[in-house]
Design a protein around this ligand. Sequence first.
Ligand SMILES: *Cc1c(COP(=O)(O)O)cnc(C)c1O
Length: 320
Amino acid sequence: MVQLEDVLRARGRIVDTVKTTPILKSRQLSEKVGAQVFIKSEHLQTTGSFKIRGATNRVIQAKEEGAKFVTAASSGNHGQAVAYIANQLEIPATIVVPTDASESKVSAIKQYNGSIEYCGTTSAERIPRAKELATELDGVFIPPYDHPDIIAGQGTVGLEILEQVEEVDTVIVPVGGGGLSSGVLTAIKEKKPSVRVIGVEPELGNDTQVSLEKGVVTPADGTDQTIADGLRTTQPGDLTFPILQKYLDDLVLVSEEEIRYAIRFVMERIKQIIEPSSATTVAVALYRDLGLQKDKVVCISSGGNVDLNKLSDLINVVGE
Ligand SMILES: *Cc1c(COP(=O)(O)O)cnc(C)c1O
């Protein structure tokens, strides 16, 4: 299992690439929740999401091990992160994306000199292709969450929170494949176990909740329906799941409408653009009664990559 030491080592490796993102404090959000609420702003991170942390920790080591080429299977934030760090390290990267990937996502990858290969519409098609490409060309496939280096890299968010928010009581983290959450849990629970860490998933993508209930990794259907596109994974990872099982204090669900309201709230009151996966944590603070009153609460804002052509669609809620 990944340990605190791995997260500390990851931090040393990625420090020149990755920003220590700001903690934003919102009086309006705090008043509404009745707690001191802070936002750990990974939407202001290099490439627009925390994914650059794990990708950097993994690609740097792959290069040291002799990799001449890297691949990934993601049109989203992980794909951008791998393309960015590969470009920095002067290794070619090929990112395998679905045939229906949006032009804005593809162009974000191209701006970091990543090559694009289109393949199928599901990750079940893309992942084998990205692995195959890596083998053909003497390269390394960079997975999005289920790898010790990825988990350790994402865990550096947790170290920063402990340093930036003195006496933090509760941290809220989104759970997709579980790389971010298991990394943050490792850092926080091994440094300061009294901090409560709450995971959040969309109701439409509750694979980790189901897995925790059953005590075993269990795939869920229909997770592609949520607007939180970073949380559409169908199951937690084999490496991330035991960490979630061991350390998560609670896992809560939010509805699509609550996610939309949270994006609106953050835009209107805090003047930040965050993506739906990221807004899930703010939605928990706003709409779940977790006894947060008087706590110091950190909502991890995991990313800010939104296709602006679709923004009005995302913040459109019925009844306003
Ligand atoms: C990938 C991603 C997540 C989920 O992270 P996991 O490590 O897969 O749990 C959450 N938010 C954003 C913005 C992401 O890109």
